[in-house]
Structure formats: C-alpha cells, structure tokens
Ligand binder design. Structure first.
Ligand SMILES: [Fe+2]
Ligand SMILES: [Fe+2]
Length: 472
C-alpha cells in the first residue's frame, strides 16, 4: 500500500485504476495542469535537467528518490499517507465516531471551501516565484526553488484529487477554477492576500518559504487532524514535502545572516551595502513584512467559522491528538488579544471561536525558534545585534489589529506617528531597488552570490559544487 504505482499515467497509491470515472476526470485535468505549468510555472529552465526528488513511497523512511528530471516530465501524482485502520474522529461533536471515508452530506459546502482555500495557495506560490530562476544566487538554490515549485504543483494535485473524488461536478468545476485564478491578477486573484503579493527577489522568496510556507504547515497540520479521513491522509503526506520548503527558508535566511556577519567583520562596518551585502536593518524590514502578512493568513482572532470547523470535526488544533483535554472545548477559554483604548491587553475568551488565535500562537512560537537560530549566527560573529519578530499587531490587515496602527514593539500609534516611522520598519522602494540590484544570476558550479553564504552541505549527500541544474 505504501508503494506508489508509476506504471500509470497518473502515479498514485489510491488504486486509481479501479475508479474509471475519477481516472477519466483526472486524465482530462492533467493536460490543463501541464498547460498551466508551462504558462505560469518557472520561466526558462523547463528544458533543463534538474536534480529533483520524487516520492517513491509514503513511508517515513526512504520515501524519495533523486535523479535528473526535466520539470514538465516530473511525475506529479496522488500520494496519501497510509490509512490507520479503525481511526476515529478526534475532536468536536462527532468525537469517537469512525472517521468519515466519504463527505458527510451536511458539511459538504464547508469542507469544499476548506479544500479549495488550501488548494488555491499551492499554484499561487508557483506563480509568485516564476521569475526567480533568472537571478538565482547559485545552482544549489536554483534546484531547491524548482523542487519547491514542483512539489507545490503536486500539492495542487493532492487537493484536486479530493475535489474530483468526493465532490462530483462542483468539485470538477473547482479544479478548473484553481487553474484559472492568477496570483496578483486584478480580475481573478488568488483567494488569500499573501498569495497575491509579489515575490520579486530571492530574499523575499526565502522569507516567503520561512514565514508563509510555515502558515501552510500549520493549516495542513490542523487539516491532518480532520475527521474526513482522505483529507487527513492527504495532508499528512503533504507535510512531509512541506518540511523541505521550511528547511530552504530557514537555512536560506541563515546563510544570508551568515554572509552579512562575515561582511560586517571584514569591512568593520554595519553598512554592508557598500560591500554588496544585505545589512541587518534591511533583513529586519523584510522579516517585519513577511511575518505580518503571514499572520493575517490565520484570520480573525474571534471567528465563528473556526469554531464551526472544529465542532464539525473538519479542522482540529495543531497536534490535536497530543493534547490532554476533552477535545470539545465547549467550556474552555483561551487568552486572546484585546484593545483597550490605545493599550493592548489580553482576555480569556471562549476557546472555540478563538481557535484561529491559538493556531497563530503555535505558529508564532515556531517562527521564534528560527529567529533564535539566526541570532546564534550573529552572536558567533561577536556582533551585538539581534533580529526580532515584530509585535503581532504590527502591520496587520485582518482582525483586531487591522483597525489600528501598531509599532514593532507593540505600541498603538496615531496615523501620523505611523506615517513618520513606517519606512524604518517596512521595505521602501529604495530598499527594494537595492535588493534587486543584487539579484545577478550566479550559475557556475559551486559559486554563490556575494550576499549569501554557501550551505553547510549539498542535497542528498552530493557536494556543494554538484551540477544541480544542467544548463547545457
Ligand atoms: Fe504546499
Ligand atoms: Fe510549501
């Protein structure tokens, strides 16, 4: 069961061959997906051999195989984590009942919306990142970008499988629509805000993979708890792939910090722009931006939708099954931020409608761990500076803080104070222009752009100067 059948047109471990109707629907969708990929996927490099990993089984050990593949030949398919016999619903009103193997009729619309919202982010990030190949800082980084891109494409397949297999005609229409929306398009934008932002340069991309892909991890982890078993199994396997994206973000920013510190010491200056590097102040601004737009993805602090998803058994908490409480939360409370005039306080609030905020808290704690590790790098260079996550209310568009202006250290500001200071906190056009001036492609084996250090090790035991992408 763990093995994946690559003999079929659509690789899968869901016995697709036994479901003719579904097979036909997906085989009709497949060429449209490829058209989208050629149109909106990475520009250039589609004819190049890229050293990519492909899933060969869904086991925790040795699930991947590495080889040179041209991206359009990547074997996108349907891979679900193995089913757990006797699995029951772990939370909400249906707790203890057998997990649903089919869509519960009364939750059909809600479930479809959850799947579509998640599914929409997958092609969106490929679209956002499509021009980055042109300015890659190394072949190693270029390969990692393409690995992420093909896997986000596979995540789209994962969600389309659920839509086509379980939602009939509506599902098929949604599958088409997922290929029609476009990131940043005025008329047919992607569903969520952060997925319509531009990813114009490699620092933004690394920040995106650290902060925005991490939102994905938390959404997938809470959907992996779902009482709808096919969704749970799909998300569990997606999380294995997602871990690599987060690794690229965390180590990528770590390498930028490393290089910045080296330049600071060599040049005995904070202003490493003179040396063609990215100064810590600029890095901080990009952290502020990407962290704050990613916080918005969790939604409002108090949300009836979040409460309903939970009560219905569709979307759990992060690590729901590890928690030791009643998993119904009807009488529980949770501390949620509150505005008292121009002061930010917190108040115990009913736990169910606070589930977005709880997931955001889990996310924030996780974000902090990476920032701590980046600060360790700075410390090792004996530099007395720190990177920080801004206050959760900083630069927010959704929920409680969408109505006020908050400084990175958590003070509520007047509009005038905000306007006077925001350019110190968020990337300006000048910062962006400088950043883009650094984006010159480096494609010689083993060489890296001046603003980023080489990684500690290569991919899959290969050396750092391995030919990760064959340019000829
Ligand atoms: Fe994804
Ligand atoms: Fe991802």
């Amino acid at each position: 069961m763990a093995g994946i059948d690559y003999g079929e047109r659509i690789p899968n471990n869901v016995s697709l061959g036994e479901n003719r109707r579904l097979q036909r629907a997906l085989e009709e969708w497949q060429p449209k997906f490829l058209d989208w990929w050629m149109d909106m996927g990475p520009t250039g490099y589609q004819e190049r051999d890229v050293y990519l990993r492909t899933a060969v089984s869904v086991d925790a050990q040795g699930w991947a195989q590495f080889d040179y593949v041209k991206m359009p030949d990547y074997r996108w398919g349907l891979f679900l984590a193995e089913s757990e016999p006797g699995r029951t619903i772990g939370f909400g009103d249906h707790m203890g009942a057998p997990a649903w193997q089919d869509v519960p009729g009364e939750y059909r619309g809600v479930l479809r919306r959850l799947i579509v919202t998640q599914g929409d982010t997958e092609p969106a990030s490929v679209e956002q990142q499509r021009h980055l190949g042109r300015t890659c800082p190394s072949l190693y980084d270029l390969r990692n970008l393409f690995q992420i891109n093909v896997e986000e494409g596979r995540h789209l397949w994962a969600m389309v499988y659920l839509l086509d297999a379980y939602f009939g005609r509506d599902g098929r229409e949604e599958s088409e629509a997922l290929l029609q929306r476009r990131s940043g398009d005025r008329d047919k934008p992607r569903i969520l805000g952060a997925f319509n932002e531009k990813t114009p340069d490699w620092l933004s991309y690394l920040m995106f993979t650290y902060f925005t892909d991490r939102d994905g991890k938390y959404q997938l982890a809470s959907l992996a708890e779902s009482g709808f078993d096919p969704l749970s199994r799909t998300c569990r396997f997606m999380l294995t792939e997602e871990a690599h994206h987060l690794f690229v973000g965390e180590t990528g920013i770590g390498r930028v910090v490393q290089r910045t510190c080296e330049l600071m010491r060599e040049g005995k200056t904070d202003d490493v722009r003179r040396l063609g590097g990215l100064d810590l102040a600029t890095l901080q601004k990009y952290i502020n931006f990407h962290y704050s737009v990613s916080l918005d993805l969790f939604g409002s602090e108090v949300s009836t939708n979040a409460a309903n998803f939970y009560t219905m058994g569709l979307k759990g908490r992060f690590e729901e099954s590890k928690k030791r409480d009643d998993h119904r939360l009807k009488d529980a409370t949770y501390a949620v931020s509150e505005l008292a005039g121009d002061r930010i306080t917190s108040r115990e609030t009913p736990a169910l409608p606070s589930l977005n905020e709880r997931l955001r808290d889990d996310y924030i704690a996780d974000c902090r761990r990476g920032v701590d590790r980046w600060n360790q790098i700075i410390k090792k260079h004996e530099i007395d500076r720190e990177l920080r996550l801004p206050h959760r209310g900083f630069h927010r568009a959704i929920g409680l803080f969408g109505e006020v202006k908050v400084s990175p250290d958590g003070r509520v500001l007047s509009e005038a104070e905000w306007d006077a200071k925001k350019h110190e906190w968020l990337p300006t056009e000048t910062d962006q222009a400088y950043l883009e001036s650094l984006m010159r492609p480096v494609t010689e084996r083993g060489r890296f752009a001046n603003w980023i250090a080489p990684p500690a090790r290569g991919v899959n035991g290969r050396p750092i100067d391995f030919e990760y992408v064959r340019l000829a």
